[in-house]
Design a protein around this ligand. Structure first.
Ligand SMILES: Cc1cc2nc3c(=O)[nH]c(=O)nc-3n(C[C@H](O)[C@H](O)[C@H](O)COP(=O)(O)O)c2cc1C
Length: 320
């Protein structure tokens, strides 16, 4: 059983330390462990060229055109049965480097897209490595220096959602610049390592009960508010309805006896959950229809004239 720890903090800082604490626990539980600090890698931003997904949907593989260390990181991640992240909180959410990893995952490593790409490849295209469909478990720890921490768990679970890895823990440590001196927090990081190793063992044995979304019976984090994905982040709309920012379920948020209760139409929304395979296919169809419409609209003479107007108005400045 292999467990990979990834830190997005400063080298030898709090995130490295808590990631290593969790890895020590995983090692105790019998895992072969490896550690990566993202800042030691050269990872470029996704430019949005979509070449990866166009390749995937036309039987030409799912490679990224950027030349850097990202594929090395991807190979390390897909070689592991479980991954433990330790990530500093920046502006209440995950830092840019984490978002870059998340952007580089989608769409070419989105589980739904990979499943479609494999079917296309079977008809004579370049084969997609089956490792991209291997089950995996993942836990996240966000570490911050204050109480600005309200969006990081949603960012974390969004990262798990793209490859549809099974979520085990999703923890936030607030006011934690001195976290290595906080025995309770260190013990929690250790427990997170043990929980992850226990679940990674199930991946290795092929006994993991893969949930419909990312969170199922092996989820060990706090219950959150969304009964489907455990998210606490909701988009409140003027008409009184609310949308779960993670799984996209729409419903009504009520306060019952001092607790939030999110009510939704299960028949409609459970198949639609963004973190479920069925939801990924619905989203994929929506995008395909929209791409088709946009392509047709952009081929008109009017669209070409409008593009020309913007192209010719001004060029982007760069430092010389
Ligand atoms: C750009 C920046 C933004 C930050 N924003 C937050 C924040 O919104 N909330 C918070 O709790 N801590 C915030 N912090 C504190 C970091 O989370 C903290 O420095 C980090 O977890 C330390 O980890 P390290 O020792 O592993 O580098 C911020 C730090 C930086 C540099």
């Amino acid at each position: 059983m292999k467990v990979l720890g990834i830190s997005a903090g400063t080298q030898n800082g709090s995130n490295d330390a808590m990631c290593k604490e969790a890895l020590m626990a995983a090692k105790e539980a019998g895992a072969e462990v490896e550690f990566i600090n993202l800042h030691k890698l050269n990872i470029k931003h996704c430019t949005g060229c979509k070449a990866c997904v166009m390749g995937l949907f036309s039987g030409r593989g799912n490679a990224c055109v950027l030349k850097d260390d990202f594929q090395w990181l991807v190979d390390k991640m897909y070689d592991a049965d479980g991954i433990i992240w330790a990530v500093p909180i920046f502006e209440s959410c995950a830092p840019g480097i984490f978002h870059t990893v998340m952007d580089r995952f989608g769409p070419r490593l989105d589980r739904g897209n990979v499943m479609i790409g494999m079917k296309i490849a079977e008809q004579g295209g370049k084969p997609i490595d089956p490792k991209y469909l291997k089950e995996k478990v993942v836990s996240y720890m966000g570490i911050g220096g204050s109480d600005w921490a309200t969006r990081i768990q949603c960012d974390f679970a969004t990262q798990a959602m793209t490859p549809k890895w099974t979520l085990i823990d999703n923890e936030v440590f607030q006011w934690s610049l001195d976290i290595i001196m906080n025995d309770e927090a260190v013990a929690r990081a250790h427990q997170i390592g043990l929980n992850l190793a226990e679940a990674a063992r199930k991946v290795e044995n092929g006994t993991l009960n893969v949930p419909h979304g990312i969170a199922g019976e092996d989820y060990k984090g706090d219950p959150g508010v969304c009964p489907l994905c455990h998210s606490k982040n909701f988009y409140l709309q003027e008409d009184g309805t609310a949308i779960c920012c993670l799984c996209g379920t729409e419903g009504v948020m009520k306060n019952v006896d001092g607790k939030y209760v999110f009510e939704y139409d299960a028949d409609k929304w459970v198949p639609h959950m963004h973190d479920a395979i069925s939801g990924k296919f619905i989203h994929g169809d929506d995008i395909q229809n929209n791409e088709g419409k946009a392509r047709a609209a952009m081929q008109t003479e009017e669209a070409k004239a409008r593009k020309k107007k913007y192209r010719e108005f001004i060029s982007a400045s760069t430092p010389e």
